[in-house]
Design a binder for this molecule. Structure first.
Ligand code: ZN
Length: 446
């Protein structure tokens, strides 16, 4: 039940009196319509019935959503702030009072927040209504704010944008000179999930139990997380630097030109610091396997695939090529024909260059000289001929390669390539044969 009292106020515009509801407790399970009002920040907005003037009534209230275990105190005043600190603290409840015991359990397991104005309350109510974590949202805000430093943005408010076709998108509305800007920064679900995934474990150990989860909270948390991560990886400044860059990158990953900028500005420094760490801990340079292993993943492994994709999508083709070549040099892999081929393949693909086929086949044959029984290579060869409108050649190769010795790592791709081309030629006999080979592979490895 919503607890409220009716008061009379005098309209500032026409000077006439009208009645308003002043809420003490807003229970949105009992009265779901109120949740919408809170989210729209209209609960404390009163419209004069005589002249239509709106008046904002800033008063204290408690918002509860028992179904989702959420309690938010709106504390406009200092008194209410201190009162909220007490009423929301389960430690202050009387263990002998049965009612208090229930309340204590509820408070301990629920999300408790204090906000300072109705805009913040609206934002929190929306975040929780969407099943999101306000801590993650505040962290992303801080990261975005750093990126958009030059735009003169003071603050950002989480919102859900609606398109004319009915679809929605998470976004931030930037606040500039005290005015909400119309041009929102989109927030992709992937960015949200990556950030959540990155910090989830640290939320419980973060010693700051402040009930105000805002920008100050997020900044303090990020400092703490940086220290923890540095400790975990036994490096200080280097790990911190790399993590900061990665956070920046992930925050804008879906805005490809922006993400490419972050990579361009930082990749050499990132690489240097990662390698410095590598040199002090291990002998020699990292290998590809090292990159894929968990220890290393935090620093660079995560980056590589994403960077390649981002640079391609941002049409930073020349830089993408430079980046790949530099990486191969750093990893001592420039002579590896497979890597060499893959690098050039993605480069040509991103350029949309079809004429590069002969050149590419040369790289492929260099690689074949060294590793002639690679099923991966065989699959690649079939694929290249097919892509280059030479299906007969691909078909001939598939007939031969389908009987290659079974290899764990790349049979599936080889089988896929063969299957494609056999379907194209409606070669039912060989399609059956491929099915059999797949089964053989499963038996073979079990
Ligand atoms: Zn009026």
């Amino acid at each position: 039940m919503a607890r409220y009292e009716v008061q009379k106020i005098v309209c500032e515009n026409c000077g006439r009196q009208h009645k308003v509801k002043i809420y003490d407790v807003v229970d949105v399970r009992r009265d779901p319509k109120l949740k919408k009002k809170v989210i729209k920040d209209e609960l404390q907005l009163s419209r004069c019935p005589f002249c239509g003037e709106f008046t904002r009534l800033d008063y204290d209230l408690t918002y509860i959503d028992p179904s989702n275990m959420i309690t938010i105190s709106l504390a406009n005043t200092k008194d209410m702030y201190h009162e909220a600190l007490e009423t929301l603290d389960p430690r202050l409840l009387d263990e002998d009072d049965p009612e208090d015991v229930l309340l204590k359990a509820y408070l301990e397991n629920s999300v408790r927040r204090i906000v300072r104005n109705s805009t913040q309350l609206a934002e929190k109510a929306l975040i929780f209504d969407k099943g999101l974590d306000d801590r993650v949202i505040e962290i992303i805000k801080v990261i975005y704010a750093k990126l958009k430093e030059n735009d003169g943005i003071e603050d950002m408010v989480f919102n859900i944008g609606e398109f004319s076709d009915g679809s929605t998108e998470m976004c931030f509305l930037p606040l500039k000179d005290g005015v909400m800007q119309n041009d929102p920064y989109p927030l992709k679900e992937s960015t949200y999930l990556l950030t959540e995934n990155e910090y989830m474990d640290l939320f419980t150990s973060f010693p700051n139990t402040n009930l105000e989860v805002d920008r100050d909270w997020a900044e303090a948390f990020l400092d703490y997380a940086g220290e923890m991560q540095a400790e975990e990886h036994e490096v200080d400044e280097d790990a911190k630097f790399v993590n900061e860059v990665m956070n920046k990158y992930y925050a804008v990953m879906d805005d490809e030109p922006e993400a490419a900028k972050v990579i361009k500005e930082n990749w050499e420094e990132v690489m240097n610091r990662v390698l410095k760490k590598w040199d002090t801990e291990k002998d020699g340079r990292p290998t590809l396997e090292d990159l894929e292993n968990d220890d290393y993943e935090t620093y660079l492994g995560n980056w590589l695939g994403d960077i390649d994709m981002t640079l391609g999508n941002a049409k930073e083709h020349a830089f993408r090529m430079d980046f790949s070549e530099n990486l191969l040099n750093v990893l001592d892999l420039s002579d590896d024909p497979l890597m060499y081929y893959n690098t050039r393949r993605s480069y040509m693909e991103s350029l949309g260059e079809v004429q590069g086929f002969d050149k590419m086949m040369n790289y492929l044959y260099d690689w074949k000289k060294e590793d002639s029984d690679s099923a991966y290579l065989a699959a690649t060869e079939i694929f290249e001929y097919e892509m280059n409108q030479q299906p007969e050649k691909a078909y001939e190769l598939a007939k031969e390669y389908m009987y290659m010795p079974l290899k764990k790592s790349c049979d599936d791709w080889l089988f896929d390539s063969c299957e494609n081309i056999f379907s194209e030629y409606n070669d039912q006999k060989r399609l059956k044969e491929i099915k059999k080979r797949r089964k053989e592979k499963i038996r073979f490895y079990e």
